[in-house]
Each structure stands twice: as C-alpha cells, then as structure tokens.
Ligand binder design. Structure first.
Ligand SMILES: C[S@@+](CC[C@H](N)C(=O)[O-])C[C@H]1O[C@@H](n2cnc3c(N)ncnc32)[C@H](O)[C@@H]1O
Length: 239
C-alpha cells in the first residue's frame, strides 16, 4: 500500500474509522501480542518510513483468528512490509502450514526475514522479493487464505490472479477497502482511492464470489468463492 494505509499506531491515532476511545477500548480487550511482534513493531516505527503500514494489534489478531478457524495450511500474502501480518497469521497456522509472502522492497523484506528467522515461526514463512503479480503467476494453488495488502492500484489484478488459485472453500482478505473513508468521495478521488473504489465495486458485483466488508480498522473485505458451496472439506489436505 502507499503512504496512508493499514497503519499500526497507538490505538485511535491511525486509520481507524471509529473514535479513538473505542479503538483504544477494543485494543485493550484484544489478546496482547507477544514479544516478537512487539519488537518488530518497535523496529519498524524506529527505522522504516511509513510505519503506519503495519497492520497492528487488532488486525493482526483478526488475521490470526481467520487463519486459525479456517484451518488454513497454505497462505499467500501480497505485501509483506516488515512481516507483522505474516507473523500474526503464522500464529494461527494449522500444523504443517506454510505462508508465502511477496514484497517488492528488498529493505522491507530484509527486516521481515530477520524477525521471522529470530522467532518461533522460522521455516514456516517464505518471503519472496519481487513484483507480486509476477510472483503470483509462478505459484501453484490452491491457497486456503490470501491476504491482499500491497499497492492499491494493483488490487484488481491481484484479485483476478489469485481467485483461480484460492481453494474452493478458501478466503481472500483484502485490506484498506474503506481507505480512511475516502472511498465515499468518488469525484475527488486520487489514483489509489479510485483503484479501491473500482476494486470494491467489482468484488460486490462479481457473481463468482460472496463477500462482506467489515468496518474494522481501515476496512477489511472477506471474499469467498461461491462454487465452494458444493465442495466438502475446509482446506487443503494435511501433508
Ligand atoms: C501495507 S504494506 C504491507 C503491510 C503488511 N501486510 C503488514 O500488515 O504489516 C504494503 C507493502 O506492499 C509492498 N508492495 C507495494 N507494491 C508491491 C508490488 N507490486 N509487489 C509486491 N509488494 C509490493 C510495499 O513495499 C509494502 O511493503
């Protein structure tokens, strides 16, 4: 994503669409993150530009929950940044599970790889450096869960590229879909906002999928394939 995105921040000071007090209350009633994520968030704030891109404690915990309840074993992330969401999702991974995460910036990837290697999920997360669309093209599905969180101008292409690679009963999670509320202003939309408006309209009108837009954080849309209705089983089989 670009400069203003799914930012980790002190509760209420980031991209939340609810009041600072409510955001703080919600964070205070969300299970605390562990020391690894705490250290990663600290280093990100101190050393990287745009630390607001961190997904943060509430969204990170939500991602962990989604991975856990879905029983996901194969997870794909588009947009690693410093690894906060990848490490959060790893906490919910089923035994034998694996995450592939794509990042175009070698600087971001270096921070992510270092924190992943130092934590309990080393070996379960693979960071691939490069342009996400090219990387996706070279990956075989199915993926049980895909987290979209890279440049907003690419969302439509990422969506089309991953939809065929999502397991029939899998899930796509798209971040920043309310974009600080700017999606309501189609007339004055900048490039990223216009891209998100197109993405949101496309997903909502797509008969291949069922979706729900959550007003959590900066807007999170959950998307699943409709043709998964008739398919038994939840996720890819255990190895
Ligand atoms: C919002 S940040 C990701 C935040 C991360 N998911 C988290 O929750 O901590 C978006 C990341 O996508 C990366 N990115 C932007 N364009 C990309 C592309 N075409 N391919 C891969 N990564 C890209 C950026 O360098 C940035 O690190």
């Amino acid at each position: 994503m670009t400069s203003s995105g799914s930012g980790e921040s002190p509760p209420g000071l980031g991209l939340s669409l609810v009041s600072a007090a409510i955001e703080e209350y919600a964070a205070g009633h969300t299970s605390a993150r562990g020391p690894e994520l705490e250290a990663l968030a600290r280093e990100t704030r101190q050393t990287l530009a745009s630390p607001r891109m961190l997904s943060g404690p509430i969204e990170g915990r939500l991602l962990e929950m989604l991975v856990f309840v879905s029983g996901a074993r194969r997870v794909l992330e588009i947009g690693t940044f410093s690894g906060y969401s990848a490490l959060s999702m790893a906490e919910g991974l089923a035994p034998g599970g694996h995450i592939i995460t794509c990042e175009v910036s070698p600087e971001h990837a270096e921070v992510a790889r270092r924190h992943i290697a130092a934590g309990p999920h080393a070996g379960r997360i693979e960071v691939i450096v490069g342009r996400a669309l090219e990387i996706i093209g070279g990956l075989d599905g199915p993926f049980d869960l895909v987290f979209l969180d890279a440049d907003k101008s690419g969302y439509e292409d990422y969506y089309e590229a991953v939809l065929a690679k999502v397991a029939p009963r899998g899930l796509i999670v798209a971040d920043n879909t309310l974009w600080g509320g700017r999606v309501l202003d189609a007339d004055g939309a900048d490039e990223d906002t216009a891209a998100l408006i197109r993405f949101n309209d496309r997903v909502a009108a797509d008969s291949r999928v069922s979706c729900v837009m959550l007003t959590v954080r900066d807007g999170i849309t959950l998307i699943r394939r409709r043709d998964g209705d008739s398919v038994g089983g939840v996720v890819t089989p255990p190895p």
